[in-house]
Design a protein around this ligand. Sequence first.
Ligand code: HSE
Length: 436
Amino acid sequence: MKQLNVGILGLGTVGGGTYSVLTRNAAEITRRTGVEIKVVQVADRNIEHAKAIAGNVDVTDDAFAVVNNPAVGVVVELIGGYTLSRELVLKAIANKKHVVTANKALIALHGNEIFAAAKANNVIVAFEAAVAGGIPIIKALREGLGANRIEWVAGIINGTTNFILTEMREKGLNFSDVLGEAQRLGYAEADPTFDVEGIDAAHKLTIMSAIAFGMPMKFEQAYTEGITKLQQVDIKYAEELGYRVKLLGITKRTDKGVELRVHPTLIPEKRLVANVNGAMNAVVVKGDAVGPTLYYGAGAGAEPTASAVVADLMDVARLIDATSAQRVPYLAFQPDQVQDLPILPIDEVQSAYYLRLRASDKPGVLANVTKILGDREISIDAMMQKEPDENETEADIVILTHITVEKNMNAAITAIESLAEITGKVVRIRMEELAK
Ligand code: HSE
């Protein structure tokens, strides 16, 4: 029986889950691959903790000992971050070891460098677990949908923010109240910035975009807006109009370039993806042949993420003796066919919009607002005015628009805010139909 020797860097949540799945399902995995996948060394800063999980395996606190170990054929990087992990992964590749990683930040920021090194050393770098945890979305984009020209991808790819938005909607709570609850339940990190500011989602979106369209990773050009400023009242009004608010990562191919953006988004409540609640993830991929397809599942957690890590190890086990031409390219497209497509600045992106304004309850205010929109060729799709409370002199007006270019909407919002009858800032949330 052939054997694949694995070295794991980091035996935390995902590392522990990976060890456990590999051990528990060893017989089934070997039945599928014809290869025995065996963990021969583990590195973790906490040796006692690692020994408690993987007692029979050689345990070290020196990650470089694993990447330099001649007995290790594939390194599984599960330590996170992008400085030490980059060094370790590049060293493993230079030592002609295959690499499996769950590290979305590493691939989004340094994927281009890592893939070039892997190509030069003829090794595999696999990263299914980096996007949407246990959902096999990389495999779907790269292989299952390989016949299609992919048009767009839109996903709920951060469980923490989806949990927060679900609680805000279901319990009528504010962002800051729910963030505390998410932290208490262990969903959000102690420093939740990457989650709530959309950075984690932008890492994952960058990877999906590169694979969908066959272009380099362009994380620096992703537009990223989180959920920290989202107000309860807008979630409520959106619902009254038949919409749910989700933090979406959206990437679209257009004639002018690629849209690459993460932001809160209104989605019609009748779409399946609008009903993905709690910490779950979901990705919609639109291919020209297949139409829209939906992938749903756990985007984080020990064993869901391990499911993807182990599947990657199984791919390595099957493909280890294949030539590079027989392997699926990292970015789904042949390396010499990867195109440096331009990313559209957010000003040039096209979207529909939800607007909320606070206006004096006087004649002519709505006429002024709709004139500003009309002058900029922004067409109104729906409008709702909330009756002011007894002692209020101002009313909330909510407007849904048809699709327009973001710069036109920015100009309209500036003009609306300068009207004497409008108080404060206009709240703007982008809106996507996700229908075709
Ligand atoms: N912080 C991430 C999330 C974990 O909330 O989805 C998985 O990447």
